[in-house]
Ligand binder design. Structure first.
Ligand code: ADP
Length: 358
């Protein structure tokens, strides 16, 4: 069925739902556009602050009505109150810091959730997240990866994931599997450049459901690859879910900049323990001689970690093999477990377990 047909069906199915004030959902200006992805249908109902409770049944009715016509897609309906206008991206408002919000809850099927963040894109956050997950698995843990980086979902490419996750009868996703990891990516659900239309509340709520309505099978650790920076998705993930902690990935140059520190600041304000900093592309190992070159004046992350009182988890070398292997869906820790890169990730994983008491 074409996407626009599905949109029309959903619109018709939810149009006559009663909303507070005696009107119908179909004419309500707070109803967002309806987004159809490969495996999901998503929309948001935005309400005045304080009206969330009154609109709860509307959300439930919209969810049920949309599910009836969803044609195998998972339905993601979010209810959002307007954002505090005083809140900015880098300075979470009081409400965003936790005051007045519902308490954080544990993620079903997962013992410990660890977020991997960075100040900006391109520092190797996803590469580190995936290889760290594999290194944790090699240490005997049951591990999953959730790719929440809506604006650059790279886990499917890094792990060579194909196709879409299956939706079970009870509306839970079955996680995909690769190299012994359970994996889910927002990227598997998007078509083309859909990230640009999955804005704000729809994106946050879609990811919330991806996290909480995937049938993770008693994982010890779920690594969540966050979007870079301190945007809304990061805020809501940290506000709503119990996290064991966060890891920040940076390059030696990046820490000279303010971005990575801003990301750390966000985690602190949201009461997410900072488990440590990783310096990626830290030094260069010549493939022929094995000699090490500190091409970017490495050590910035270690210095910053010390200043900030955060554990320094380790350095990952800049190596063509890391790039080539990951870009072809063969992460280096799985394909060359005896190599120096895998050893660096193994050390990282061990320090992380220690830092988090996991
Ligand atoms: P981010 O998630 O921060 O945007 P990615 O993990 O997608 O970054 O990495 C960006 C690029 O850098 C990719 O092509 C990746 O293969 C490459 N890369 C990441 N880490 C390394 C490394 N240690 N050595 C060489 N290339 C790397």
């Amino acid at each position: 069925m074409a996407d626009n047909q599905l949109v029309a069906l959903v619109r018709a199915a939810i149009a006559n739902i009663d909303i507070p004030g005696g009107k119908k959902l179909g004419n309500y200006p707070g109803l967002s556009e309806i987004i159809v992805t490969q495996s999901a249908i998503a929309f948001a109902i935005s309400v005045e602050p304080g009206m969330e409770g009154a609109f709860g049944p509307v959300r439930a009715a919209a969810q049920a009505a949309a599910e009836k016509v969803a044609n195998g897609h998972k339905v993601l309906v979010s209810l959002t109150a307007d954002r505090d206008p005083g809140a900015t991206e880098s300075q979470p408002s009081k409400a965003q810091q936790g005051g007045g919000l519902p308490p954080k809850t544990a993620v079903p099927g997962v013992k410990h959730v660890i977020a991997v963040g960075s100040g900006k894109g391109g520092v190797g956050k996803s590469t580190v997240a995936v290889n760290l997950a594999l290194a944790l698995k090699a240490l005997g843990r049951k591990v999953g990866v959730l790719d929440a980086d809506l604006y650059g979902p790279s886990v499917p490419r890094l792990l060579g994931l194909d196709g879409m996750p299956v939706v079970r009868d009870d509306e839970f996703f079955v996680p995909q599997e690769a190299f012994g990891l359970e994996a889910m990516s927002i990227g598997s659900m998007l078509k083309g450049d859909q990230a640009v239309i999955w804005r704000g509340p729809v994106a946050s709520s879609g990811l919330r459901q991806l996290l909480r309505e995937t049938a993770w099978s008693d994982l010890d650790i779920l690594i969540v690859d966050l979007p870079p920076g301190t945007g809304d998705i990061n805020l809501s993930l940290c506000q709503q879910n119990e996290l064991a902690g966060a890891v920040i990935v940076s390059t030696p140059q990046d820490l000279a900049l303010i971005d990575a520190r801003k990301a750390m600041d966000m985690f602190k304000k949201l009461d997410v323990p900072l488990l440590g900093i990783v310096e990626n592309m830290s030094y260069f190992v010549a493939p022929d001689t094995g000699n090490r070159y500190d091409i970017f004046g490495h050590g910035g992350a270690q210095k910053a970690a010390k200043e900030l009182g955060v554990p320094f988890l380790g350095e990952i070398p800049l190596h063509m093999a890391v790039r080539e292997q990951s870009d072809t869906g063969k992460p280096i820790v799985a394909t060359n477990p005896e190599g120096v890169e895998a050893a660096a990730f193994a050390e990282l994983a061990a320090r992380l377990l220690e830092a988090g008491g996991l």
